[in-house]
Design a protein around this ligand. Structure first.
Ligand code: 6R9
Length: 649
């Protein structure tokens, strides 16, 4: 890693960047040595109804963990996303909505977004939803999804978005856990031409909860248009209730520390946690990171191709870009429909300048060679982003070359649902890049590496990634369970926030994320990160995607079990399997050579494209009858295929 190729800041970026390297270093220094002064200054970037006088009041001490920022200020998140841009930006496009089918599209201006948000906010108030109440949102990637988040924020209701790919069970348990008064959904959703029956799923979820169902009403967006069961008295059509409401709605005055949203995220154990974010610090973090990390400037066309059901959608499709008055693309579909050219076509159609997507999407496109970009122009692009997993150097280079024409910086952004926004990342005009490294901390972020015993290690190091001090976008608690918040994040290493990720730091102070620490293997006493072996596998010509897990091995303690998906047109064979094993042996070391290689058409993944290794570990250990909850998989059917063809019997 120390000899990784260095990619300097391209001249065309340097010429008009917001932050040069010198500025980054000076701002970073101030942000960590004088956080109160730094954040008092940058906290003013958003609009406050009552300006704050207090800045930081935080503690990571077990038993007394608290995170408060700007705590005597008041504001409203939807006001910051809408009202403050009007009337100047009334006719500016907030979203170019691009439907699942090419040719289905709609532009939504800031005025139109404001009007619809006010109408829905009023309609919710009419239904008795008030400040502090919870609202579950289960919608496809359509403008009404953005409207729903902002309408909640406007009246101070706390939204909990459930990914539209989740099952009735997953939806029901989330509605129940946060005691939602209201559910907002649509008739159906279409992705890659496949329908999901969201309203049916909602009906099932609520029926299953029975008397424990807290939701009084279901608001239904008519989107696909197929029939649904309508429960008189409980269900309401979105368009009908909006039509009755005025296009003005007074925003609720929220304290900086009043909750903005809950987002459920699964850890390694137990039921999903309701990660809670509040209003002031989150808005400062969302808007500031969006501006600096993407070097965003007025007039840029920005596309974050994530889903609103993932934290990336919350911060980098909704709150960050809107707070900055940006014009975004909002995409309903998938990168591979109707063909792998879709991303390039949408980039060319809207002249997208900034594209932010995930390694899983990049690898899916890369499996087809250069087909994804053949014939495309792509000259509008100037900055590329990656999020969700370590991006292996192979995929990084392909992204850089095919979409970026070797002239666009890639910001590899490391962060988590819990962190609210990006923490470790290059800045396009400041940071020389190394493929596979998330590079340096954002302003105010103090990352560190500790050993398993909790010793801080300086300089070049490898170990567990912790954060030493609070930043404004940090989660505040687990909804309804502060004890769990303290135990999960602050009990492993005293006085530090534990990320759950492993990392290396090189001689330039750059960070390299090595995957979740529970994904570390111990092969005959040698510590190996699954990410390292996977990265090597994906660099092989025949392989599109790979997942590596350990399984109990009589001699080595742990053996290496590899699940691999071939590239398009590749036929797995015994010879190929052997070639792959030799490849890893040669590229990394004989210790890393896989014991078992199972070919599969696809891997089990979450909504954000993360491979669910927990499930693969069970299959590899031949404990396929103890898979646990698989309801959060994007496509649970892949699991059956993996079990049928398992190789450790
Ligand atoms: C934003 C998001 C968080 C976990 C995180 C880490 C992995 C995210 C990454 C990355 C390496 C990156 N992760 N970005 N690993 N490089 N650029 O993904 O939130 O869904 O909560 O996942 O994702 O393991 O701890 P979330």
């Amino acid at each position: 890693m120390s000899h990784a190729q260095l990619y300097p800041v391209p001249e065309h970026i340097k010429a008009k960047t917001l932050v040069t390297n010198e500025q980054y270093l000076a701002m970073y220094e101030e942000s960590v040595s004088q956080p109160d002064q730094f954040w008092a200054n940058h906290g003013k970037r958003i609009s406050w109804f009552t300006p704050f006088t207090k800045v930081k009041d935080t503690s990571f001490d077990l038993g007394n963990v608290h995170v408060n920022w700007f705590s005597d200020g008041s504001l409203n998140a939807s006001y910051n996303c809408l009202d403050r841009h009007l009337p100047e930006k009334a006719k500016d496009v907030a979203y170019y909505w691009e439907g699942d089918e090419p040719g289905v599209q709609k532009a939504v201006t800031y005025q139109e977004l404001y009007d619809e948000v006010c109408q829905l906010a009023n309609a919710m108030r009419t239904l008795g939803v008030n400040k502090g109440d919870r609202v579950t949102i289960y919608l496809p990637m359509i403008p009404a999804a953005v409207v729903s988040l902002l309408a909640c924020a406007r009246i101070g209701a706390i939204h909990s978005v459930v990914f539209a790919g989740f099952s009735p069970d997953a939806l029901g348990s989330r509605i129940q856990d946060c005691d939602s008064k209201l559910v907002i959904t649509s008739d159906q959703a279409a992705r890659g031409s496949r329908l999901t029956y969201l309203k049916d799923n909602t009906d099932q979820a609520l029926a299953h909860l029975g008397d424990a169902n807290p939701a009084k009403h279901v608001i239904v967006v008519k989107h696909v248009g197929e029939n649904i069961d309508f429960h008189q008295g409980r269900d309401l059509w979105y368009h009908e209730i909006l039509a009755k409401e005025p296009k003005h709605c007074e925003p609720e005055v929220m304290n900086a520390e009043d909750p903005l949203f809950i987002l459920y995220t699964s850890g390694s154990t137990g039921k999903p946690k309701g990660v809670l974010h509040t209003t002031g610090g989150y808005m400062v973090w969302a808007s500031m990171t969006h501006q600096y990390v993407f070097d965003y400037k007025e007039g840029d066309i920005y596309w974050c191709a994530a889903d609103i059901g993932w934290v990336t959608g919350h911060t980098y499709i909704v709150y960050g870009p809107l707070a900055n008055g940006a014009t975004s693309v909002l995409f309903e579909g998938v990168p591979t429909y109707p063909s792998v050219k879709r991303i390039a076509q949408v980039v060319d159609k809207y002249k997208v300048n900034i594209l932010y997507t995930a390694p899983t999407a990049i690898r899916a496109l890369m499996a087809h060679g250069t087909v994804a970009v053949d014939g495309a122009d792509l000259s509008s692009l100037s900055i590329l982003g990656s999020v969700g997993e370590p991006i292996n150097p192979e995929a990084w280079s392909w992204y850089h070359q095919s979409y970026g024409k070797d002239n666009c910086p890639i910001v590899d952004t490391w962060w988590q649902t819990e962190t609210g926004g990006i923490l470790i990342t290059p800045l396009p005009g400041a940071t020389a890049l190394k493929p596979g490294s998330a590079t340096r901390p954002f302003f105010g972020v103090k990352p560190a590496i500790v050993t398993n015993e909790g010793e801080l290690v300086e300089g070049v190091a490898e170990g567990n990634l912790v954060i030493l001090d609070s930043w404004p976008g940090q989660m505040r608690t687990v909804f309804g369970d502060h004890e769990r918040f303290e135990q999960t994040y602050f009990s492993t290493y005293k006085g530090m926030y534990f990320t759950g990720d492993g990392a290396k730091r090189d001689e330039d102070g750059y960070y390299w994320l090595t995957g979740r620490v529970d994904d570390v293997l111990n092969i005959s006493g040698h510590r190996l990160g699954t990410a390292e072996i996977e990265s090597c596998l994906v660099a092989h010509d025949a392989i599109a995607e790979a997942a590596v897990v350990g399984y109990p091995h009589d001699i080595k303690g742990q053996g290496i079990y590899v699940f691999v998906a071939p590239r398009v047109g590749v036929e797995p064979s015994d010879e190929l399997t052997k070639a792959v094993r030799d490849w890893v042996r040669r590229e990394i070391s004989p210790i890393a050579a896989p014991d078992i290689i199972q070919w599969t058409p696809s891997l089990p993944k979450t909504r954000s494209g993360k491979i669910m290794r927990r499930i693969l570990r069970k299959i590899a250990a031949n404990e396929y009858d103890q898979l646990g909850d698989i309801s959060t998989l994007a496509d649970p059917s892949v699991v059956e295929h993996l079990i049928q063809n398992r190789l450790n019997r």
